[in-house]
Structures are given as structure tokens and as C-alpha cells.
Design a protein around this ligand. Sequence first.
Ligand code: F3S
Length: 393
Amino acid sequence: MELTTEEQEMAEGKYGEATRKAMEILITLGEIYGAKRLIEITSVQVAGVSYANLNEPGLDWLADMANDGRVRVFTTLNPAGMDLEEWRKLAINEEFARNQQRVVDAFGRMGIITTCSCTPYLYGNLPHYGQHIAWSESSAVCYANSVLGARTNREGGPSALSAALVGKTPEYGFHLEENRQPEIRINVKTQVKGTYQFGALGKVLGDRLGDKITYITGIPKATVEELKSFCASYATYGGVALFHMEGITPDRVKKIPDESIDVTDADMKKAFSELDDDTEIDFISLGCPHASLSELEYIAKKLEGKKINPKKEVWITTARPTKQIADRMGFTKMIEDSGAKIAADTCCVVAPIKGRFHGLASDSAKMCYYGSGRNKFSVKLMSMDKCLEEAME
Ligand code: F3S
């Protein structure tokens, strides 16, 4: 890879040890993927924040990087393993909380904005069309490439952090126009509405086509919430980082593919039946990806003056800034008076809750995937309204 004089000096350690290590990672990646150079980026989103995933070796590495590493571009974090302020409310133990805070502090020392969220685009980490970025949360990567038209590969935690410390990323993959063209056309021949149905559609496409770049037709409109759910599911079931949705994705494609497949009612029914373990529900998870303000408002109005079943636990995960506005608007009180919990900064997959619950209901197909695979819960995908009804039964 060709390096500028400044990059060469970074690689030699002139800008400190953390920058040297970061350059080593970026150069290695660039060589593996055949990048010719590093390109400037405008924002970074770093995953690998939960202490449950990092443990001591991961934390040691971060602490080393934080000795002299400082980020050069605007950088935010993916969810942590707990609500950083109200972790006791979620029954997180003291030792985990102490260690999780050490992780967040290490990121903070590097100049990273320690708001922990998988929907950075909802609160200020919002790239525009054509900007090069280095994000790592898979649902956010898919959203950034496909809905916003930004350019990012699906970074791992260390490569995203390295990009933040250098302010650059190797130019390969989705940073190059020739790698962003669709390979197959999808004709959606069924009506898709609501976050849970968009999640099911993501599963249908991901299961069937893996990470092929698709050109999707037949979706006349979609809300931000439906698209974030779709991106989360499609990225989970198919490993997808980019799709083109007619009328939504801002990229202009060179040619709409001739090869096509249809998605029908039967495909959607099959996806729903595969995410229905027909089980007793004791845990309801909403806010995957992190709930928007309008979702919190909707949930608050649905729960106002009602009580959830005390034998069931409801977590609504969201970003801290979104919760702060919800606090001011009275939505948090309306939700928490019902017995449901708003969990900011965190996510039900990276929080240490394995074994605490048995049956999970969610409007997110991604949450069902990890709830079953990682936390060993039985799962059921249903609409947000049905999840809330289930919580009150
Ligand atoms: Fe976000 Fe966790 Fe879902 S990171 S996308 S809330 S699994």
C-alpha cells in the first residue's frame, strides 16, 4: 500500500505507540484486501464495548491504546453491557458494573463520545451521501450504506478503533463504486408493514441469498424504524452490508440485474413460523435496534395508566440522548410507572442476562436470532402492539 509521509511516520511510531499499533492493523487489513491507499473518513462507530465480550484481555488492550491514543475523527460507541447510570435497576452485579465502567472510561480517554448506541445516525453521528466512514455495528453499517448512501465496510472493533485513531481507513470493499452494484433483483410481492414484518423480510432475504447485493422492488414506502429493523435483520441473517431499495437507497445503480426472485406471502409465513417457539413469555425486548424517540412516545402512550404483569420483565433499549428527551417529555415516567424498564446505553444481547429468562418476545427478528442463539431463550417474533399486550397479560 502506498503511504504518505505522515502515514509512514505514524507507522514508525512518531505519533505515539497507539497510533503505531493502529497503523499496523490498517496496513495489514489493506494488504489482505488489496487496498492501494488509505482514505480519509468523517466518522467512526466502534463495537466491542460490552465487558461480557471483552473480558480482561480486551480491556488490557484498550487501556494500552488509551495511554497515548486520541481519536482524530468524530467517534461513538456501540451498546455497552449495562445502562451506565441505572444498572442496578437492571439487576446487573457490582463487579460487572465496575469493569464495564473501566471499559467505557478507556474509550473516553481516547476522546470517543461515550454514548453507546447501535443507532448513531439517530443522535448526531449522521454521515451523508458519499461520505467515507468506518462503522462496526452490522445493522448500522447496513443502514449507513443502504439508506444514507455513506460508504463503509463492516469493521471489527479493533479496525474501527484504529481507523478512529488514524482518521483513515484502507480503500477496499464498499469504499469502491465497482463493489456497490446489485447482483440480483428482488420483487417483493407481499405487503410489508411494521418493524416486525420488515425484520421477517430481512430474514427471508438473508436466509435465501446470504450477502449478495440485492436490488429490492415492491416496497413503496418505509419508515426509519422499519428500515432500521430491516437492516438489523438482513445484516444478521445474511451478513449483508449493502442493499439497494428502489426509491429509498440514494445510490444510482449502473444496471438493474436481469436475474430476479419473488418474495411472497408464503415466504413471510415461513419466516414467522421459524421465529415462533410457541413458548411462555417472561421477557419482552423492544428497541432493537435502539428505539427512536417516536417509538418511545408510541410505547409510552400505549402503556400510560396500565400495568405490566409483575411476573414479566420488559426492557426497552435506547440511546442515552433519546432517553433524556423522553425524560423531559414525560415518556419515561409513563413507561416506568407501568413496570416496564427503559435501558439506555445497552442491549439485551450484550447485557449479562443469560439464564435469567426463559421465553423472549420481540418485534425485532435480530433480537430473536441472538436471544435464541446466544442467550438460549425460546423466542417469538411479533408486532410491537402484540409484545405490549403480551407484557400486560
Ligand atoms: Fe442494537 Fe443490540 Fe439489536 S446492538 S441492533 S439492540 S442486538
